[in-house]
Every structure is written in structure tokens, then in C-alpha cells.
Design a protein around this ligand. Structure first.
Ligand code: PLP
Length: 426
């Protein structure tokens, strides 16, 4: 993939919105963006350095926070800027009419990325919205049961608890165990929890708390065999794993463009398996639905920001160019490097599984008796490493989530920064 010199490069280097209208002469002076190194992932660190150069984060800043928010790449920023500007330069019905087919192209790209059909894709705002479209849309009444893994994001745990109060159904929680107790625990726990009253089971592909990977395919199969609907929260899966939903076969799957896919904010996906489409009601009735399949009835969400949808398509194309299997392998390798580095610090308690197959790209750990918030601030200031602080009483500490734009050197810097803080305090 080649990325040409554009004025958006200048815009984001300058970091100011006024630069949007910059004199093109400025753009002509902007440094050229390097191409991806020929040879692809086989070229090793040279290739990954060229991938990193596609992001506008300064070279000295290591952000290991993909589980929360990823940066958009230059091709994505270019598409977002170009399309936003086009609508504002020419907000005529004629120019906007061009955007409906563009939205459908994004739907097709998302479907291909997830290995399903465009007729099963709803373009939502983010995972929170998509999860709630499911918990609002499935018919549930007193006497019905929904089984939810406890280690779910509030949009897929609190949302069920609150809606249970309103509709009268019951939420049964499968407890989380730490460290990851193995796939069999989850299959057995969900199997035991299923009763004749169960209507749906819900889990997260990779937990945002400590990065436990759940046996998605086995849980969806269990649900199918027992006549129960399945919801897989894929906020921490899409853009990280080389996913195949045709193989996993959830009834519902949700995700956000701004996490691991590295796209802009305010775009997400709700996948609704063809076989479940008559089991869910739309929550919103307005204008401008999609053109195919479930989107014709489910996606009449009113006016949208097509620029962010077009950017999403660009992000998926970028990941495909880099190599999806390579992205997953890179994130996993950096994770293993981090786990091994932290394991050499005796004061550190790692919450994430020591078993590589049960984790992927989130590492949560308690840094001895150090205050996590102060340590995170110190790492950011002194080491130019950004990680998330986790407080609140559930496996507290720091959470680092590396992705394909991170480097082994950044992981080393994080481990060294924690080691130094353990000796000197924060
Ligand atoms: C597992 C999981 N589900 C849902 C969400 C919500 O994502 P968003 O804020 O993009 O809606 C998150 C956010 O971190 C998450 O980790």
C-alpha cells in the first residue's frame, strides 16, 4: 500500500483544526510518508517500523492501550478528512446522494472482514449501542432467563440487569475465575446454567479486564444445540483476531471501529445471523435505512456520518494489506514479551493467564504496593508509555494492551519503567 503526501499529513502533524484549510503549499513541504516495506511481515522489524510510520503518533510515544482506544492510521485519517470536507464543501442532496452507495460498500467490506454476508450487517455507532440493540430487541418476559458471564462490559452486563427490571426476565451470572480456569470451565459453567427457561447466553470474546479469551465457538455451539440465542461481544476481538464468524456462528456479534480495527470514533457493527433475524425487533424507527437484508428494517437510524463509515472501510483494507494473521501474531508476541518481562519482577502479580493460548493482547497486573494511578502517570511522563490504570476493586493495577503498531522496544520500556518504580517508588 502506498500512502501519498496529502495536506491531512500536515494537518495532523500540526495538530490544529485551522490547518484543515492550510495552503496547499504547506502540503508540498510535508515529509513523504514511507511506504510499507516490501516483503511484508516476513521482513521483520523493518516491516513493522513501516507499519508504525502509517500512524501519526510521535515516534517516542508508546501507547499500549488498544483495549480502550486505538489510533486511526494515515489512510483512515485521509478518508475521514476527505469525506468530511466533501460534505461541508457541498452539502447538496446531489453530493450526499453519492454517500448511500458508499455506506453499502462499507457494509460489504465489514461482512467480508467477518466472513459473513452484507445482509447480516447493521452499521451501528459502537459496541455499547450494538449490545443494547440486542438487549432491547429480543422478546423477553417474566420467567425467561438470560445467562451472562460476569466479566462483561457494562453494556453487556448492567444493560441486561436493568432491562430485567423493566421486562421481568431473570439474569443468571456465570462467575469469572482468576486466573483463566481453562475453556472447559466456561463450557461447563454455561451448560450447567442453561435451563428450559433460558433464551439467550452472552459473553465477551476477549475480556477487557484481563484479556481472558473465551471459547467462543464452543459456547455458540452449546447455545445452538440447546435452542438458545448467543451474543458474542467482539469489542476486544474484531481487528485483533483473524475472525471467522461463519465458523464461530454467534447469533449476534458486536464491535467498535475505534478499537482494534484502528478506525475513527462513532462507527461499529452489529452482526445478526440470518437465522436470528426474526427473533429481534428494531429499537429505532427513522429514515435512511440500509439497502440490503436486515439493515433495511433495522438500520433506519436517521442521518449519519458517512465519512466515519468510509473511514472504517479504509481501516479494514489497511489491516488486510498488513495481513490479518500477522497482526494477531504480532500482538500476541508483544503480549508474551510483556508477560515474560513482568514475570521477572517478583513484586508484580499478573492477573492475565500465564498460558499463551488463553490470553491474547491484554495484560493486567498489580505492581506490588505501588499506586496504579500514580504509576501510570509516571510511566507516561518519564517513559512516554501510556497504559490504563485499573482501580475499583476487581483485579486492580495497570492494564497494557499492545497492538501491531507497538514495538518490542516499547514493551521493554514499560517493563523497565515498572522495575524502576518498584525500586524508587512513585
Ligand atoms: C468488552 C467490551 N464491550 C463493549 C465495550 C464498549 O465499547 P464502546 O465504548 O466502543 O461502545 C467495551 C469498551 O471497552 C468493551 O471492552
Amino acid at each position: 500500500m502506498t500512502v501519498s503526501r496529502r495536506d491531512f499529513t500536515r494537518l495532523f502533524a500540526a495538530g490544529g483544526s485551522a490547518a484543515l484549510f492550510a495552503d496547499p503549499a504547506w502540503a508540498r513541504q510535508a515529509p513523504a510518508v514511507p511506504r510499507l516495506t516490501a516483503g511484508g511481515p516476513a521482513a521483520g522489524e523493518a516491516f513493522w517500523a513501516s507499519v508504525r510510520a502509517q500512524f501519526v503518533m510521535p515516534a517516542d510515544l508508546g501507547v499500549l492501550n488498544a483495549a480502550n482506544l486505538c489510533p486511526a492510521s494515515r489512510p483512515v485519517l485521509e478518508a475521514l478528512t476527505r469525506e468530511t470536507r466533501s460534505v461541508d464543501e457541498d452539502p447538496s442532496p446531489q453530493n450526499r446522494a453519492r454517500l448511500s452507495p458508499e455506506k453499502e460498500k462499507t457494509r460489504a467490506a465489514v461482512a467480508a472482514f467477518l466472513r459473513v454476508t452484507p445482509e447480516e450487517i447493521v452499521l451501528a455507532r459502537n459496541t455499547s449501542e450494538a449490545n443494547n440493540l440486542v438487549s432491547n430487541g429480543v422478546d423477553l418476559k417474566p420467567g425467561d432467563e438470560v445467562i451472562v458471564h460476569h466479566d462483561n462490559h457494562p453494556s453487556n452486563l448492567k444493560a441486561w440487569q436493568e432491562k430485567a427490571k423493566r421486562f421481568g426476565f431473570t439474569v443468571i451470572e456465570v462467575p469469572q475465575r482468576n486466573p483463566h480456569p481453562g475453556d472447559d470451565y466456561y463450557v461447563e459453567a454455561f451448560t450447567k446454567a442453561i435451563s428450559a427457561r433460558t433464551k439467550l447466553l452472552s459473553f465477551t470474546g476477549m475480556t477487557s479486564t484481563v484479556g481472558d479469551v473465551l471459547p467462543a465457538k464452543a459456547l455458540c455451539r452449546l447455545a445452538r444445540e440447546r435452542g438458545v440465542l448467543s451474543l458474542m461481544d467482539g469489542a476486544q476481538s474484531v481487528g485483533l483476531f483473524d475472525l471467522d464468524l461463519a465458523d464461530i456462528q454467534p447469533d449476534f456479534f458486536t464491535g467498535s471501529a475505534h478499537k482494534w480495527p484502528c478506525s475513527a470514533r462513532e462507527c461499529g457493527v452489529l452482526y445478526i445471523n440470518t437465522r436470528a433475524q426474526d427473533r429481534i425487533w428494531p429499537s429505532i424507527y427513522s429514515a435512511y435505512p440500509g439497502a440490503v437484508g436486515i439493515s433495511r428494517t433495522f438500520e433506519g437510524f436517521g442521518q449519519r456520518d458517512e465519512a466515519t463509515m468510509i473511514a472504517f472501510r479504509e481501516a479494514l483494507a489497511f489491516q488486510t494489506t498488513v495481513g490479518r494473521a500477522a497482526i494477531e501474531a504480532r500482538a500476541r508476541a508483544l503480549t508474551t514479551q510483556l508477560v515474560e518481562g513482568l514475570a521477572r519482577l517478583p513484586e508484580v502479580k499478573i492477573w492475565t493467564s500465564p498460558q499463551a493460548s488463553l490470553r491474547a493482547a491484554v495484560v493486567s497486573f498489580l505492581p506490588g504496593s505501588l499506586d496504579p494511578t500514580r504509576l501510570a502517570a509516571r510511566l507516561y511522563e518519564k517513559d512516554r508509555i501510556a497504559v490504563a490504570g485499573r482501580t475499583g476493586g476487581d483485579r486492580d493495577g495497570l492494564r497494557a494492551s499492545p497492538h501491531f503498531y507497538n514495538t518490542p522496544a516499547e514493551v521493554d520500556r514499560l517493563v523497565a519503567g515498572v522495575a524502576r518504580a518498584l525500586k524508587t517508588g512513585v
